[in-house]
Every structure is written in C-alpha cells, then in structure tokens.
Design a protein around this ligand. Structure first.
Ligand SMILES: NC(=O)c1ccc[n+]([C@@H]2O[C@H](COP(=O)([O-])OP(=O)(O)OC[C@H]3O[C@@H](n4cnc5c(N)ncnc54)[C@H](OP(=O)(O)O)[C@@H]3O)[C@@H](O)[C@H]2O)c1
Length: 351
C-alpha cells in the first residue's frame, strides 16, 4: 500500500508528465492525474477529466478522492503558447481544486505549487542574479504570487502544509512535446543540415553569451517528492535546476559536432517566422532517413525557441537552499542535452 496519494492537476503538461511518470513508478506513491483532455500516451494510473475553471465540476469529480494526501499542482491556464498567464484564472483554478479536495480528503497533508523564474521577473528584463528564494517580490503582479498567497492563507491552522518549486527551462525525453529546448535545437539542426547550412545560433548575440539554466523533468520530479515529504521543507519555496549555469556559446560547437555540422555565427532570426514554411523540409528529412514520423507541428515549438534565445540577460537561480535541505542531485546540462539528442537519434526521431 502506497504511503502517499498524489492528485496531479496538469499531469499531461511538460512538468506534470515527468512528475506523474516518476511517482507512479515509485512504491511510496499512488497517482491520480487530472486535466481536461485524456493523455496523448497510455498511462498506468487513473485519470480524471475536469475543467478546473469550473468549480461545480471540480466538486463533482474530486469529491470522491478521499485518499489524497498530496496535491501537486502542475496545471496552468494561458492565453496562447507563450503569452502571459492570466492571474485571476490561474488563482481560481487552484482555489477550485482546494475547495473540492479539502472536505473530501481528511488525510490531505501537502499542496505543492509549480512556480518558476518568472517569480523573480526573469522574463521581464535583467534582474538580480543568482536569484534567491528570499529575494523580495518584484513590483509587477504575477499569478505565482496570487497562488502562493492563497495557500499560505488557506493552510493556516490546518493539518496540511504548502511548498513551491521554481524550475527553469524544463525538458526531458518527450518526442511529440514541442515545448522542449532539446527538440527545438535538434530539429533546427536537422533542417539547417538538410538545407546545406551551418549550425548558426538563431538567438540574440547577448543571449549567446549570457548565463542560462535548465531543469531536467525527472530531477524536478525527484526534488518535488523530496520537498513535499521532508518536514523541514514545509511552507517554503525552492529553486530547482540542474545546478549548473551554461552559456550557449560554449555548447554550440559541441552541438554542431554532434550533428556533424560546422558551427556558424550568431544569426538572429525569429524562429517562429523563418521556420513557419519548413514543414516540407522536415517531411523530406523523415522520408530520406526513414525516421519515426513526428508531425512538424509537434516536432518543435518555434515561438518557445524565440522565448529561450531572445533575452540578452543572465537567467540564474541559486540552488543552495535545496542542497542545504538535503536534496543533492545535479546534472551537467551540456552533457544532458547531448544525451537527449542521442536518445532522439536512437529512437529515430531525428537523423
Ligand atoms: N515548462 C517549463 O519549462 C516551465 C518552467 C518553469 C516553470 N514552469 C511551471 O510549471 C507549471 C506547469 O507548466 P507546464 O509547462 O507543465 O504547463 P503545460 O505544459 O502548459 O501544461 C498545463 C497542464 O494543465 C492542464 N490544464 C490547463 N488548463 C486546465 C483546466 N482549465 N482544467 C484542467 N486542466 C488544465 C493541461 O491539460 P489540458 O489542456 O488537457 O487541460 C496540462 O496538463 C507552471 O506553473 C509553470 O509556470 C514550467
């Protein structure tokens, strides 16, 4: 019998998928997924379909989940692919889950929120780096603040605690998930090579030289399991990254080597624009190399590539607090990205 029962709203998203997969394979955890749509691939745990924006539907669907001990909240509402997340809608979705699960699950012990470097304003312009969890909030309002204030207030005097993780640039082996920096780089490289071009860096010159960070989805899942079960981590937030800082300028020649290409210069483009008409090239690559066919729309989200490769300031979070809490796992981000490319190649997702 599992020790914990996790309800994972947003189990089919970039974060939720890795978290649900990791916990479902762990004997201490029972997993229940929650989203509006069924998962794209088969999963080994029960899944509930509900629109979190609908309070009555949440009460009706979650009212029978008496065994839930943990709500690991990975859902997010957004207007379009990379637009700013609406504050009120995201706050209401979380509130609807807690309103429904609190009376249903007497054993509720923990509610975990997924936050990110936007907490520090990393998406808005240069900010204080490396960002620490204790840094003051920025002036601009943010849906993370609304959710954090809600659980802080709501958990007061209750048997449950809250916590939050703040990852950045999450990615894992998930071909068919287009919001992945590894797939953006790999598909960009395959298309450039097919067109006889070198592997140019498509972002801004400042971005090429600035520090950046990523979080492996499985490392994040392990950290969340740690944070939500270690009593000393209760009611706090933790930065969660691979633990190192990269510069694309250092990795680009290694990537070019991997793909058997010359590394080209920084050639700033809007990927969403210049890659819009490259579906025929991708289809040609699939035929030529006998690849497993990933539809172009699911191969890489170019607007996400632009989001990652545009800022010309450092994106850095200090992960000391997590390490000092007792979670010590780290990854070499350059090697991890090269390993991901290797997995895609082995699975015949890329040439
Ligand atoms: N991805 C990253 O690189 C990254 C980096 C830092 C922080 N984060 C944080 O991690 C969290 C999750 O992000 P993500 O990238 O994993 O999000 P995502 O890929 O967009 O996934 C969102 C999930 O929420 C579900 N969802 C959305 N609206 C819903 C609704 N009304 N009712 C029920 N389910 C709903 C979606 O499934 P349906 O559409 O089927 O409902 C999906 O499972 C966010 O807090 C984000 O800020 C992510």
């Amino acid at each position: 019998m599992a020790r914990y029962c996790a309800l994972i709203p947003g189990f089919s998203g970039v974060v939720g998928r890795g978290l649900a997969r990791f916990l479902a394979a762990h004997r201490d955890w029972e997993v229940i997924g929650l989203a509006r749509r069924p998962p794209a691939e088969r999963v080994d745990f029960p899944v509930i379909a509900a629109d979190l924006a609908d309070a009555a539907a949440c009460r009706a669907r979650l009212g029978a989940l008496t065994r839930v001990t943990h709500v690991l909240y990975c859902a997010r509402a957004r207007h379009t692919a990379n637009a700013k997340e609406p504050i009120d809608a995201n706050a209401a979705m979380l509130r609807n889950v807690i309103d429904a699960i609190e009376p249903a699950a007497p054993g509720l012990r923990h509610v975990h929120l997924l936050q990110g470097s936007k907490y520090y304003g990393a998406d808005l312009g240069p900010y204080q780096t490396p960002a620490k969890e204790s840094d003051p909030r920025i002036r601009e309002d943010n849906w993370y603040y609304a959710q954090e204030d809600f659980v802080t207030e709501r958990s007061r005097g209750k048997a449950w605690h809250w916590s939050a993780s703040r990852p950045h640039g999450i990615c894992d082996y998930a071909p068919g998930e287009p919001r992945s920096i590894a797939m953006v780089i790999a598909v960009h490289a395959a298309i450039a090579k097919e067109l006889g071009q070198p592997l140019c860096f498509p972002g801004t010159p400042g971005n090429f030289h600035a520090h950046y960070q990523c979080t492996d989805a499985t490392l994040l899942a392990k950290a969340i399991a740690w944070i939500t079960t270690a009593p000393a981590c209760a009611n706090q937030a933790f930065n969660v990254t691979n633990g190192d800082f990269i510069r694309w300028q250092n990795l680009w020649p290694r990537f070019a080597d991997f793909f058997g290409m010359q590394a080209g210069p920084v050639t700033t483009v809007r990927l969403a624009q210049v890659m819009a008409d490259k579906a025929p090239v991708w289809e040609r690559i699939i035929r030529k190399h006998g690849l497993r066919p990933t539809p172009y729309a699911r191969a890489a989200l170019w607007s996400y590539g632009d989001f990652v490769f545009t800022p010309d300031w450092a994106i850095m979070s200090d992960t000391l607090k997590l390490r000092q809490s007792g979670f010590g796992e780290t990854l070499d981000t350059g090697k991890w990205l090269l390993d991901l490319f290797g997995h895609y190649r082995q699975a015949r997702v890329i040439p």
